[in-house]
Every structure is written in C-alpha cells, then in structure tokens.
Design a protein around this ligand. Structure first.
Ligand code: MEV
Length: 411
C-alpha cells in the first residue's frame, strides 16, 4: 500500500486508525494498544519517584518511501506543524523517495586511566594483550558472540597525562549502552594490572563516528520552482558559515528525529548529543547538504551518526512504543537508523523550503491557533471555530482567543 495518502490530516481519528491498520496489517490487539494507558506502577518500575505519566500526542508522517519501501512514521511531540511539514517534505521526494544506508553498529567504550607510571610502556602492554582483553569483554555477551559481533578492536590515545583506552564494539541490533558499560567495567581491573594505572571512568561514548547513516533524496525542482531551489542552497551555505543559523538548522533536523525516538520510547538525549558533537567535528555546521542537478532538481543529503537499537531498551515496556515499531515494520537497527535519517532530511528540507519561500509563521501559526484557543479556555466545537476566526482575522493571539472564548460563552 502507498504511504501517499491524500487528505490524511482532514480525516477523523477513526479513519486514520483504519488506514494505519490496513497499511501495517495490525491485529486487534495492536489496535487496542492505541488506547492503552500505562499504569503508574509500570511507570514506577521504569523510573524513580513517579507520581504521574506525561501525555504527549502521537501523529503519523505520511508520504515516505525509503529504499523502495513505503512507510507510515509515528512521531510524538508537542510542536504543531512539524508532522505536517515532514509529510510535505517527503512528498517532494516522490516518486523515487529516499535512499539510505547505515554503516553498521560499531560503538566505542572508554576507560580513563590515570596515575599510569609510564603511559608509552602501558600502551604497548595493552596492545600486546589486545586479543585477551577483547576475549574477556566478549564473555559478557553470549548473544553478541553468537552473532560474531561484540568487542572487535582497541584504540589508545592520550589526554593530558592520562591514557584513554577505547574498545570498539559491534553491538549488532542493540543501542549498546548497557553491554558496552558492562564490558568496560569487567575488563578494567585487568587493564589496571597491565598498566599499573587506575581506572577512573568506564563508559560508552555517545559520539558514534563508526555508526553513521547516509540518506539522499531528489526533491522535485518543478514543484519547488527554480527560485526556491536556489534559495534553499543559499540557506544551507548560510548555515555553513554562521553558527547561530547552523544551530537552528540542525534543530529542525532533530525536530523530526527526536519525535520518532519519542514515539518509540528511545533515548533522544543520546541522539541529540551524538548529532551535535558530530556536527561540530570540523567546526559546528549543518548536518545536511544541498545542491542542484542538471534538471533543476534539488539534491538533498544527510550524513548523521545514529545509534538506535531494535533489541533491548525501553521500547518493550510500552505497548504504544512497540506499536509504533510495528507500524513502521522495522526489522533491524540499520533500517530504523535509515528511517530516522530520512525523517531528519525531510524535516530539514521542509523547514528550508517554507523559510525560503513564504516564511514559516503563516503555516505554523495557523496550526498553532488551535493550541492558543485551548490555552484560552476553548473546549469542544469552540476550539475549531475560534482557531478559524483568528486565522481569517489574521490575529492569532492569546488575547484575541480569550475575548472570543468570552463572547462564545456569553452567546
Ligand atoms: C522550528 O522548530 C524549526 C525551524 O526553526 C528549523 C529551521 O529554521 O531550519 C523552522
């Protein structure tokens, strides 16, 4: 089934659910999960000091075709217009859609060694015993060993007077944090013996330069118009040369990526840290790139480190997060990373398109009008009526909404 669904935003919740059901071949149990509410005792087993559960809306981004497969993509966030923009961005990339490739799942764990009597001697001792260290680390995960994954190599560098040992670990379809930290803590005693130093921190790095995703799309030049194509390319150059703009540019990318991570209950803070550290490796800059092809189409690409898993993690604790994974039909962590990178690219393209053409406030405020109406006390039918009236009067503000609520109540 095609993910290019006309008028999805105008449908009722029931109609949307039926389309999602058919698209993703959902069972009755899956459909029930849409209305499932996690209870506070389950939540209390997830984190500490629970007193309630946060409500975040979850919507669907349509129009995505990635590596010749159609996707409906769940996104969860509080900001209006992001999902609409993302779906719109994906529409410009059709009929071919996005291409994406993820390099695999190599992650890096770090052991910080201080008071090492002779760091150069210690480095050689570590390297001479490399195979033993890797073997010891790999005893911590039968699953990874059986997959021929696990700890693979060692890298050493010096920071001030300290010796930093990095272990490179193939975490396969896991996000990797737990297994990496377990391996590091397990081998650190032996590393102390070898080096005569003391191990301080033993922790994964959230910068995953060996776990990177590439995505690419050709955005239709005719739909965009030649002027907008040129203005988007200029906007990207602006981001390359101005850190204030680059930050906002990348924030737009993360709008999409974080929303999918939230809908699937993944660690979006890890991804935020990863993305921004990577963007700063050659001096902070944009994570996307744009150019024009000979036919006037806009070629967009993104190269971004992404570390997400499809096994382990919190996803399985939440029926709704599991459902989100099922809606996308994700088979492994590479496919998940591909989706995230494409969403980031579509989101960034959509923001640049709007900014370079009509500006974002028009569309954004129109969608935000309903939020403002609710904040001013509107309920039921009143919300849509007040939002529409504010849009038509071109006065979308809390004050206008409050006056309208009062007037509706008095009528
Ligand atoms: C708003 O959440 C995101 C944008 O500011 C991104 C951008 O400016 O590229 C629209």
């Amino acid at each position: 089934m095609d993910s290019l669904i006309h008028g999805f935003h105008k449908m009722s919740i029931e109609e949307r659910r039926n389309i999602i059901r058919e698209f993703s071949n959902l069972s009755t149990e899956d459909m029930e999960a849409m209305d499932y509410r996690m209870d506070t005792s389950t939540a209390g087993n997830m984190i500490e000091n629970v007193y309630t559960i946060m409500d975040y809306p979850v919507g669907i981004a349509t129009n995505f075709r990635i590596n010749d497969r159609e996707y409906l993509i769940p996104m969860s966030l509080e900001e209006p217009s992001v999902i609409a923009a993302c779906s719109n961005g994906a529409r410009y990339a059709r009929p071919n859609g996005f291409m994406a490739y993820s390099t695999g799942s190599y992650m890096r764990g770090e052991i910080e060694l201080y008071d090492v009597p002779d760091p150069d001697y210690a480095a050689i001792k570590i390297l001479q015993n490399k195979e033993k260290i890797l073997k010891m680390a790999n005893t911590r995960s039968k699953t990874l060993s059986n997959l021929d994954a696990g700890a693979k190599s060692i890298d050493i560098h010096y920071v001030n007077n300290e010796l930093i040992l990095n272990i490179i670990i193939d975490v396969a379809d896991a996000m990797g944090a737990n297994i990496i930290n377990t391996m590091l803590e397990y081998v650190s005693g032996y590393i102390e013996e070898l080096t005569g130093g003391k191990a301080n921190l033993r922790i994964m790095s959230n910068l995953t330069t060996e776990r990177v995703t590439y995505a690419y799309a050709k955005f239709d030049g005719k739909m965009l118009g030649a002027e907008t194509v040129d203005r988007i390319i200029k906007a990207n150059e602006f981001a390359k040369n101005d850190i204030f703009r680059a930050t906002t540019h990348n924030k737009g990318i993360m709008n999409g990526i974080d929303a999918v991570l939230l809908a699937t209950m993944n660690d979006f803070r890890a991804q935020e840290a990863n993305s921004h550290a990577y963007a700063s490796m050659g001096g902070y800059g944009p994570l996307t790139e744009y150019r024009k092809d000979a036919d006037g189409n806009l070629i967009g690409s993104i190269k971004i480190p992404i570390a997400v898993g499809t096994v382990g993690g919190a996803t399985k604790t939440s029926k709704k997060a599991m459902l989100a994974m099922k809606i996308m039909g994700i088979q492994n962590s590479n496919e998940f990373s591909n989706i995230l990178a494409c969403v980031g690219l579509a989101q960034n393209f959509a923001a640049l398109r709007a900014l370079a053409a009509e500006g974002i406030q028009k569309g954004h405020m129109k969608l935000h009008a309903r939020n403002i109406a609710i904040a001013a006390g509107a309920t039921g039918d009143m919300i849509e009526k007040i939002a529409a009236e504010m849009v038509s009067e071109k006065n979308i503000s809390y004050t206008a909404a409050t006056e309208m609520v009062k007037r509706f109540r008095d009528e």
